[in-house]
Ligand binder design. Structure first.
Ligand code: NDP
Ligand code: 8X3
Length: 251
């Protein structure tokens, strides 16, 4: 029997991360599942098994808590073959001149700073095991929209950082992918609007958005490609979403 591989999935309490956790365990992998909501991680353990899921409860913005959590990973889960940097969020949709600075700082600390710290901490293991990194970016990395200001900036960082990692990891066998989804229905909009369920429902209504399982299946596909293949960046959207034109302010 082959030893199961292990995926470290951040933001596994909801949306893409929770779906990926289930997808990878169904595919025979073990997972380290992270998030702040301990009850949801415990539910994953209860559903998938304590031998398959190690719950790691911490706020990714808290570097000391993150490092303590890494130090506490049991040996059974310590050989990380895949890092899925998924935890992240948007906060607010206001134009820059009206935006809340705290929202901006939260996005930078979560989507950029924490992702960098965690990646740096796990790189030695990933190199040793010739593993892989999937960084969850966004179409917002490439296509700006009003109110996307700092969120788009953080995701542009994630995509470019991923390409830079590819260059640095040249020859190590470690694969790196920036996954850039468009609209997918998760708790993303609920979080972005600070809890406005009606706004979230209105955004997705009739749009046939992607699902968390669509993204989980894509992460699974990327991670299980033959070792000689690397998907550098992968942009995906629901069929009902596409591009709009430039805006023009007139006299
Ligand atoms: P969800 O809100 O459903 O899930 C976000 C996850 O991130 C949760 O598990 C949450 O865990 C975790 N998270 C957020 N902040 C922190 C924190 N400070 N510390 C620890 N964990 C944190 O959204 P999605 O599944 O949609 O989002 C996942 C990723 O996908 C994000 O990076 C998002 O930017 C990106 N994305 C989403 C798209 C969409 O349309 N849904 C499209 C493109 C990209 P907890 O709250 O328990 O801590
Ligand atoms: C989430 C997609 O279009 O809301 O990253 O920025 S979008």
């Amino acid at each position: 029997m082959t030893t199961p591989r292990t995926a470290f999935i951040t933001g596994a309490t909801s949306g893409f991360g929770a779906a990926a956790a289930k997808r990878f365990v169904a595919g025979g992998w073990n997972i380290v599942a992270t998030g702040r909501r301990a009850d949801r991680l415990q539910a994953l353990v209860d559903e998938l098994g304590a031998d398959r899921v190690h719950p790691a409860v911490f706020d990714v913005r808290d570097e000391a808590a993150m490092r303590a959590s890494l130090d506490a990973i049991p040996p059974h889960f310590a050989g990380i073959d895949l890092l899925v940097n998924n935890a992240g969020l948007a906060q607010g949709t206001l134009p820059a001149q009206k935006a809340d600075l705290t929202d901006w700082q939260t996005m930078i600390d979560t989507n950029v700073r924490a992702l960098v710290v965690l990646t740096h901490a796990l790189l030695p293991t990933l190199i040793e095991r010739q593993g892989a990194i999937v960084n969850v970016s966004s179409t917002a990395a490439t296509y700006p929209y009003a109110g996307g200001n700092v969120y788009g900036g953080t995701k542009a960082f994630v995509s470019q950082f991923s390409l830079g990692l590819r260059a640095d990891l040249h020859g190590t066998g470690v694969r790196v992918t920036a996954l850039e989804p468009g609209m997918a229905e998760t708790e993303f909009t609920l979080v972005r609007t600070h809890g406005d369920q009606a706004a979230s429902d209105a955004l997705y209504k009739g749009a046939h958005p992607m699902t968390a399982d669509d993204i989980a299946d894509t992460i699974w596909w990327v991670a299980n490609l033959p070792p000689h293949l690397n998907v550098n960046r992968l942009e995906m959207m629901p069929t009902r979403q596409s591009f709009a034109g430039f805006q023009i302010a007139r006299d």
